[in-house]
Structures are given as C-alpha cells and as structure tokens.
Design a protein around this ligand. Structure first.
Ligand code: DX5
Ligand code: ZN
Length: 227
C-alpha cells in the first residue's frame, strides 16, 4: 500500500505542555507535525511563531514539521521559519504579493514548498507553477479554527488535483486540512489525498494511538475496496 502520512495539528494540542504532548502524539504513530501559524489578520485567530518551533527542536522533537502560514504577508515569516527547523512551509496564494518569489524563497532555504487552497480558492493558481511545488494543501474548512465540519465539495476538488498530478507525472504531495475524523478519512484517501491533517479528532481524545490506528485501518479498508 502507498505510504499515507498522518499529520497531527498542534492547534488542538495542550499548549501548557506542548513538547510532551507532541512526543506523545509521535509515539502514538503521527508522521509529521502540522504547525498552524495564525496572525489575527489573514485569519481571525492568533497562534504561534518561529520561537516555539525553535524550542520544540531544542526540546528534542526530530519529526518533520509542516508549517502552515495563515498570515499576510508571508515572506518575512518564510525566512524566519526556514531558519529554525521547518521541513515544509506552505502559504495561501492570496496572502503573497509574488507567489513565485515566495515559493523560491522557501526552496532556497532548503524547505519543501506548498500552496494552500481555501475552500473557494480557484485551482487556477496552479496554472504556471505546478512544476515548482512539492505539496498542495486543500483546506476542507475555512482557516482559523480547529474542530469545524468538513466541507463536502473538497472531495471534488481533491479528485481534480489528483488527476492533474497523475496526468502530468508530478511528484507532489496532496495534503487535506480540516474536519478529518475517523468516519471520513477513508473516503478522503480514495479521492486522492496523501497526507491528512488531524487536529481535534486526535488531541480531544483520551487515547491518541487508538484514534491514529483506527484512522490507518479506515484508510486501508477503503483503499483495498478500490482494488
Ligand atoms: C485550520 C487549521 C487546521 C486545524 C485542523 O485553520 O489549518 O490545521 O487545526 O483541525 P481539525 O482537524 O480539528 O479540523
Ligand atoms: Zn493547518
């Protein structure tokens, strides 16, 4: 079976004991840590910056960290996040004045680069830069908060992006962010996602491993039905 990546979103973690909570979620089978950066300007919420990522690295977190910038502008933060141990940096195209420049900046700093599409953001942003992307993130909720409901037409958009990538043979990861639970992850996998951001479904549970194992089983079940 292809390798699916589960990316726990620390927006729902316990910030009073963040390092420990992240260690727990990684020990429970999380693959990548999803790091939601909100500026109370591009989105109506305020979270964490590069200092926190730096402290997590010093604390001993070695797993890949996926920085999701929900900020406007993006370039200054791309620079600071790339210096403190980020692996992926993604941003919303509406938030950058020069998308190609921001993408290049991420790559020049040695990180993998991606664009994030809000539920109603057009895929036309992909027209002239598919060949430069390592990752495409499809938001299944409006960005800003965890624990919102999955917007169903994300699945149609997901199938479209899957086809665009497969038809052209690009090596791009598709990540889906928001509203992912045990009961819909299988369907999202069959529509073409490679990486799943999961916040509240994991961190609001009392047994992270149980949820993660269950999600992997659901993915496996739905992918084997496809064969
Ligand atoms: C929303 C964030 C998501 C969020 C996902 O703006 O980008 O990463 O934390 O949380 P859940 O899984 O609870 O929808
Ligand atoms: Zn996110």
């Amino acid at each position: 079976m292809k390798k699916y990546l589960l990316a726990p979103s620390i927006l729902s973690a316990n910030f009073a004991m963040l390092g420990e909570d992240i260690k727990n979620v990684l020990d429970s089978g999380g693959d990548v840590i999803h790091f939601d950066v909100m500026d109370n300007h591009y989105v109506p919420n305020l979270t964490i910056g590069p200092m926190v990522l730096k402290s997590l690295r010093s604390y001993g977190i070695t797993a890949p960290i996926d920085v999701h910038l929900m900020t406007k502008p993006v370039d200054a933060l791309i620079k600071s996040f790339s210096k403190v141990g980020s692996n992926y940096i993604t941003f919303h195209p509406e938030a950058s004045e020069h998308i190609d420049r921001s993408i290049q900046m991420i790559k020049e700093h040695g990180c993998k680069a991606g664009l994030v599409f809000n539920p109603t953001t057009s895929l036309s942003y992909l027209d002239y830069l598919m060949d430069k992307l390592d990752i495409i993130v499809l938001m299944a909720v409006n960005p800003g908060f965890s624990n919102q409901n999955f917007i169903p037409n994300t699945l149609e958009k997901l199938r479209k992006v899957r086809n665009m990538i497969d038809e052209n043979g690009y090596n791009i990861i598709i990540e889906v962010d928001g509203g992912i639970k045990i009961d819909n992850i299988g369907k999202i996998a069959t529509c073409g996602a490679d990486m799943f951001v999961i916040g509240s479904a994991i961190f609001d549970s009392s047994n992270y491993k149980k949820v993660i194992d269950c999600m992997r089983q659901e993915i496996e079940k739905s992918s084997s039905l496809l064969k």
